[in-house]
Design a protein around this ligand. Structure first.
Ligand SMILES: *Cc1c(COP(=O)(O)O)cnc(C)c1O
Length: 431
């Protein structure tokens, strides 16, 4: 499976990259493993578009896998970053922008009373796990199959066949010892959650989840699941950790927790919070956050943490979001897109499910509802790959895996959406 178009410059660049970079990419999701063929090499991003080395322009529904809710090179963000870099790119000493971004986060998410900046989502979730363990004096962490929290050793786990097994490392290089304290449950499985707390509630430091999942494709939690998560953690003295790296500032200014009206103890952030620059953050209740060094004993540090250029881009992005409040418009635009895609698929007799919340969506090639990893895996991934390339050849850049969320940005217009639906109508024929 691959493209009908030739893209000689991207092909040459990929060959060169493979000589010096493992697999030719610096993050595996970029390698098109799920769809075959070769990745495009990008020359630049402009609003809703990506332009490849061969000069082809694509409507981009990835937005750097989440961060670019304002589209590529938004002028306010560009200006803020340039001004910052002219004042020096890193100080190794505190600057006021760090406080400013922290205040914006706190304002957006009332559950976050204090926040610590790091440089990636992975670093933020790794640190949040350490904090939960340090705060509670317990070791065990519950996570859910299909949720991704970055490439943290203890979270690179696949579930065993029964719902209540201990985690098995899902990558070579992760010692079994690192995942021995990770319990993997099925998303939305309330019974398994209750059973886990009943069996070892006094050993559980925290439960970590994507409150709305993007990383098995988009999956939403049931009300009951959310409620049990909150009450069981409270009852057993464990921390509830929301990984809002993808959903924070995406689904609402206050993230999934605003939308779902939930209050976690700790939140993990990344992607949008850095406005396209390397930033992660974790925050929560002040009494918990004060355990972090130097306020407390839990060690965590970073040479480039709170980097002034990244802070400036994050502040600019959050301020634009706060001032323009684009969430209703994004929701409307993305609904238009998903309705159009669904109609196109129905007309072409392609079985499908579209899961969507706000500007985050996944088109699953399956006729049955997708509520967890097992149901997501029922998708016809060969069909997805065909669709992916058919869209690519029509100038629409979708995530290169069935198990990813796609995003609409504020740079997308109705005309872009309608262009995408027309492309999909053609692409669906003969799938
Ligand atoms: C992207 C992502 C991460 C990892 O963030 P990186 O910046 O890639 O390290 C963690 N959690 C979720 C939910 C994500 O979507």
């Amino acid at each position: 499976m691959s493209s009908t178009k030739s893209r000689p410059r991207s092909q040459a660049a990929f060959l060169n990259a493979q000589q010096v970079i493992p697999g030719g990419v610096n993050s595996p999701a970029r390698a098109f493993g799920g769809v075959g063929g070769q990745p495009l090499f990008i020359a630049r991003g402009e609003g809703p578009h990506l332009v490849d080395l061969d000069g082809n322009s694509y409507l981009d529904y990835i937005g750097s896998w989440g961060p670019l809710i304002l589209g590529h090179a938004h002028p306010v963000v560009v200006k803020a970053a340039i001004e910052a870099v002219q004042a020096g790119s890193s100080y190794g000493a505190p600057c006021e922008r760090e406080t400013e971004l922290a205040e914006l986060i706190r304002e957006a998410m009332p559950s976050v009373e204090m926040v610590r900046m790091v440089s990636s989502g992975t670093e933020a979730s790794m640190s949040a796990i350490r904090l939960a363990r340090g705060f509670t004096g317990r070791d065990k962490i519950i996570k859910f199959a299909g949720c991704y929290h970055g490439h943290v050793d203890s979270l690179l786990v696949s579930a065993g066949s029964s719902a209540l097994t201990l985690g098995v490392p899902s990558s070579p290089g992760v010692p079994a010892g690192c995942t021995a304290d990770t319990i993997v449950l099925r998303y939305n499985d309330v019974e398994a959650l209750r059973a886990a707390f009943q069996a070892q509630g006094d050993k559980i430091a925290g439960v970590m989840l994507e409150p709305i999942v993007g990383n098995m494709g988009l999956v939403v939690p049931s009300r009951e699941f959310l409620g049990e998560l909150r009450s069981l953690t409270q009852q057993h003295g464990a921390l509830l950790i929301y990984d809002e790296v993808m959903t924070g500032f995406r689904l609402a200014f206050g993230g999934a927790q605003e939308l779902l009206k939930q209050k976690p103890d700790v939140s993990v952030l990344g992607k949008i919070v850095g406005g396209g620059y390397p930033v992660g953050a974790y925050g929560g209740r002040a009494d918990i956050m004060k355990k972090i060094m130097p306020a407390g004993p839990v060690f965590q540090a970073g040479t480039l943490s709170g980097n002034p250029v990244a802070m400036a881009a994050g502040i600019a992005t959050l301020q634009v979001l706060k001032e323009t409040n684009p969430y209703e418009a994004l929701d409307r635009m993305t609904r238009r897109l998903c309705d159009g895609l669904s109609k196109a698929a129905t007309d072409a007799k392609v079985p499908h499910q579209i899961n969507r919340v706000g500007s985050m969506w996944t088109f699953f090639f399956t006729g049955t509802p997708v509520v967890d990893l097992d149901t997501a895996k029922k998708s016809d991934t060969a069909r997805f790959a065909k669709f992916f390339w058919a869209m690519m050849d029509r100038g629409v850049y979708l995530p290169c895996s069935q198990f990813e969320a796609a995003f609409v940005s504020t740079a997308h217009t109705e005309a872009h959406i309608d262009e995408t639906i027309s492309a999909a109508r053609e692409a669906m024929i003969g799938l």
